[in-house]
Design a protein around this ligand. Sequence first.
Ligand code: ATP
Ligand code: MG
Ligand code: MG
Ligand code: MG
Length: 483
Amino acid sequence: MTSHQIRQSFLDFFRSKDHLIVPSAPLVAKNDPTLMFNNSGMAQFKDFFLGNGTPPSRRIADTQKCLRVSGKHNDLEDVGFDTYHHTMFEMLGNWSFGDYFKKEAISWAWELLTEVYKLPKERLYVSVFEGDAKDGVPFDQEAWDLWVPIVGEDRIILGNKKDNFWEMGDTGPCGPCSEIHIDLRPQADVDLISGKSLVNNDHPQVVEIWNLVFMQFERKADSSLIPLPATHVDTGMGFERLCMAVQAKMSNYDTDVFQNTIQVLEKLSGKTYGSDEPFTDIAMRVISDHIRAVAFAITDGQLPSNVKAGYVIRRILRRAVRYGYSYLGFSEPFFHKLIPVLSDQFKDVFPELTSQEEFVTRVILEEEKSFLRTLESGLKRLDIIMTSLKEKETNVIAGDEVFELSDTFGFPVDLTALIAREKSFIIDEAGFQDALAAQKARSRQDAAKEATDWIELRESDGVEFLGYDFEETHSHIVKYRKV
Ligand code: ATP
Ligand code: MG
Ligand code: MG
Ligand code: MG
């Protein structure tokens, strides 16, 4: 099955079970101050679970564009180093709003995986919430009783509160989860009997694919739990991981979701993916992952900038550009050249990218040009710093050096940390924060001195927008000048 067919089969399957198929919400979270980017399928339905608003149907399914690069879910550091965590990914999901519950959710998940996708049953494992007496949440007997006749006790792993209990926040709806994992290790070293103890993270080829959340409790402010008047189902399955399983590949990057992009990278760089160069492979994985995050963020309205969500996108873009520069030999802009292949690949699923292809390409090209102007001198500077530290037999890059790299050369702090890590150096993060704070204090003083020239005004007041002040993650200082 191609990835298109895999996605379509998911939607068709749930349509046949009376689900309404809805479009993905934008990647950039709207109207939710707690979230920068949508990081799960349920985010757009939050209000329905909280009782604010009525869903258009009590059964819904979709594929949601997700981004996990900030806040509670931040997978950025793993991307490219493992083969199944992405920045942007699609989360396939089905929901019941006070309609069906565990029995249907479990049996449909199994039916879809084993009968439609024909995944080998002997490679699937499930997890069930073990309970937490201290927290007053019981063992999920109901899920256990439903799974035993399907998979047998041997294939059920008990999971703790961290992995198998979902809570929206300190208060509100919550409940146990059941996850489905797949063991993709080559047959030769699959120990199917003791394989039971293997879960996600224990082995790169044993991967969590689907999480079924059963909302059945409400956490009150005094931390007690009461049953919800109506129970709900919220599921999320990683589309790229599902493609890896269905296409029997060892890595998400070997599926047709990423191969088109990797092939373009091979052509542009003259290097081969899967050769013996570890950093060539990591670079191609990082770049083919990051282009999706950057492209869809811009498409959905988040331009790269120096503040907040915009800065997160700029950081991702600069990481990718620097991997291309350092490991694939790209000293000229290349990242934007990956847009046509993505646009073509997603034209039927997320046509919003295709319709803005030219704009997205232009924004990325401009960003690349501006970063490439300082990248080489920044890397040289960093090299000099590391060489002199080595002579002094230390491996900590001082905070003010990290600050200079960001301020003068446009190196986001995590990029400096990443390059440092590749050479066994670390950065003084606290020292960097001090240098940043000192710079802010200086610019506040300067602003006070020039109060007639630099003030916060709106453009309607007859001023010219000059851009944002440098800010790592914090408040939004906008500089304008009277014209
Ligand atoms: P993991 O333990 O692998 O980090 P998770 O438990 O954090 O996954 P969930 O929050 O349960 O993930 O999300 C539901 C599904 O989304 C997961 O079962 C997985 O298939 C997929 N998923 C989660 N994070 C990512 C990611 N960074 N890239 C690709 N798919 C992901
Ligand atoms: Mg995770
Ligand atoms: Mg997990
Ligand atoms: Mg999970």
